[in-house]
Design a protein around this ligand. Sequence first.
Ligand SMILES: Cc1cc2nc3c(=O)[nH]c(=O)nc-3n(C[C@H](O)[C@H](O)[C@H](O)COP(=O)(O)OP(=O)(O)OC[C@H]3O[C@@H](n4cnc5c(N)ncnc54)[C@H](O)[C@@H]3O)c2cc1C
Length: 368
Amino acid sequence: MFDTIIIGAGIAGITTAYWLHSAGQKVLLIDRKGLLAGASGAAGAFISPRLGKGGELQRITNRAYLFALEFYEEKTPESFFQKGLVRIPKNRTDAEKFENFITHLDVPFRVCDEEDISFVAKKHLKNGALCFLQSAFVDPMSVAKKLLEDIKTAFGIDAKPFRKGDMWCIDGYLAKNIVVATGANRLPLNIPYLEIGGVWGERIDVKSDASIPMSLHKHISVSANIDGNVRIGATHVRDGSKSEIERLNDLIVGAIDLVPELKDQKLTRIYAGLRSSVNDHFPIAGAVANAEKTIEKFGMLSKKDRISLKEVPKIEGCYFTGCFGGRGFVFAPLIGKMTADVILGNENIESVLSSDRFLLRYMRKKKL
Ligand SMILES: Cc1cc2nc3c(=O)[nH]c(=O)nc-3n(C[C@H](O)[C@H](O)[C@H](O)COP(=O)(O)OP(=O)(O)OC[C@H]3O[C@@H](n4cnc5c(N)ncnc54)[C@H](O)[C@@H]3O)c2cc1C
């Protein structure tokens, strides 16, 4: 018997489990495969800011970025590599955008000086570069293990949650609440208005003596060199135009083009996974609305109809966290805390993060 069972041992489920456990809840984290078996095990786990023209998505991402840096530094210091990040515009048009982005940057940065970027091939520096000295990357597996110390886990369970009296039941385990943190996989219960998409991606580790003091991002990311290991990523597979070998070769060639010293590299490991996201690219967190009961209560909606989200019936004891796109390790500490706070009754979720936004769209679109 648990207070909360979390379904999915990726970084979304792990951080939510961590915050609930820290608040005194009895928590069980389950996964059908194992720890970090999904996208989280593939991530380069760079903690990098979002550049843009201001706006909600940038605000929430960069709030999460600053939160994540403090979180990993405090909770998992031995797996936290704060080496800084150099962001290079992709081309001249991008460089012009950077000038505009600077005026909206809500995290610490400075324009790189020559010393910062002496390891980068000169031809890439014609348009300048920005330095984010606080930026970092983490080691996913040691972060996961550290955060889960003292938390019960059960692997090899393909969750099919159902109600038993006023409890949730999964594979014989009972709990008041469940949290769905299943990434880009098929949802373990019916939430008809949530359409979660996935973008497949790969990244690699290489062994190299190249001197790379800071991580680097242009069209691909190259990490700072830690004990002879460099992370290079990532691909975004949106069509079948290139084979896996071609995509991995592009990563290596691209990395050597950016940092010529990497020509001595030896590929040591390939990672791959499916990033999850929804079409507005915001994460999702908090209670899950009951579509059937909401439609019973309000009927279908026309474009003009407004309803109070406070009155939307929820699936009792059911919560969701995820859809972090390519920034799971950035979002998870903050969004995991927000999800835990909703479960603990401490906080309401911001409407831009609530899955209710999709319920309303569904109720406006669906033909009866
Ligand atoms: C190549 C690549 C590079 C990336 N680089 C970065 C990066 O540098 N920085 C960054 O912040 N993010 C990065 N990301 C994105 C990041 O990995 C994801 O956003 C994040 O891992 C998503 O975490 P999650 O917990 O939501 O999903 P996942 O990690 O996919 O976890 C979902 C888990 O749920 C389990 N599951 C699913 N259904 C069930 C069920 N019915 N019962 C039980 N278990 C179930 C799965 O087995 C899986 O373990 C990268 C992703 C990829 C693919």
